[in-house]
Design a protein around this ligand. Sequence first.
Ligand code: ATP
Ligand code: MG
Length: 407
Amino acid sequence: MQIYKVGGAVRDRLLGKPVTDIDWVVVGATTEEMLAKGFRPVGADFPVFLHPKTGEEYALARTERKSGRGYGGFTFHASPEVTLEEDLIRRDLTINAMAEDDQQNLTDPYHGQRDLEARLLRHVSPAFAEDPLRVLRVARFAARYAGLGFSVAAETLELMRQLSDSGELEALTAERSWKEISRALMEDQPQVFIEVLRACDALKVLMPEVDALFGVPQPEAHHPEIDTGVHTLSVLEQSALHKQPLTVRWACLLHDLGKGLTPEADWPRHIAHEHTGLKLIKAVNERFKAPKDCQELALLVGQYHTHGHRALELKPSTLLELLQSFDVYRRPQRFEEFIAACEMDARGRKGLEQRTYPQADYLRGAANAARGVAVQPLLEKGFKGPELGEAIKLERLKALKAYKEQA
Ligand code: ATP
Ligand code: MG
């Protein structure tokens, strides 16, 4: 049997990037031989094994054929006769279809190295169109390598467009899609992920609520970039520049969905978009079965981001309602993430990227003031049950009034 490094490990070594996980392909072996060497079988669908010591993934060379719709609609064929070239041709991008032996001899039948130099994400063969997940993967790689000057080859974008128009994207499971989306959002330029999806018409299939924001104007006084889609991409870009966690990036992407519902007659104003957007945010959350913390923050940011911006003008009672909604007493981290998302929203505007955001410290101070109210003295006064709750609220309100006066 011959063993080769494949995929990301080869690509990233050639790019001079750190290699984290290594995928291996094994040519000329049977499952029985792998088991005899102590490899542990994983993968229910195709012959993939874990190395007994390193735990890295070793896959038997295989060919694939499309036999139906969706992820299950593939027939795999693995046998000792399958060659390295045959295994590589089923891969998505030329830069991912290179292999390397233990002497670092490169096998590159589909010119991945040439495309690395040309900074092009190009599909390996027309079979690319057999797996709709590749649309998301290519957009994710575009987000990751945009900083190095990579873009999607025109003919690959065309294939992606055909896939998007064919209805195949709808066959993707929430789990597979979310895995790509969440990884893409954590890349250096997550806005490129959305841009590429939009360029190949996939965005209007996957997230029509986000797609609908393009072409929707906002008041120029607050939004010099005017277009709501452009603004959303800038907010996402800011969230990556500021190294925000996934929860915040997801909330940034979805915060303004309500603006896509504003009747044209009301443009460029978007009255109550915080509320109209909630059902859209919920729909996107559920479509991809986003984790609970992502879902929650996106909804809260959608509902309250304009409160964040107006923090210094809020009445103490409104401020208190905001803090209660976030349960800042038990969930301080979530409130920090809200503040971060608001700041990204404020900076994700043309020419305003460097602005300061005094609202952030003001909101932190308010949360501290409310948290500073001690419950013990109220218990000692004999408050119980719902009355205790009311008494605590009153004390917090007093604390916020005092805070606002001295701020
Ligand atoms: P990463 O750095 O994100 O791990 P990677 O290229 O190693 O990038 P993996 O998901 O680990 O990506 O997959 C390993 C290799 O398997 C890819 O480089 C590619 O050759 C192939 N591959 C993975 N998923 C697909 C797919 N859906 N269609 C075609 N080829 C794929
Ligand atoms: Mg990998």
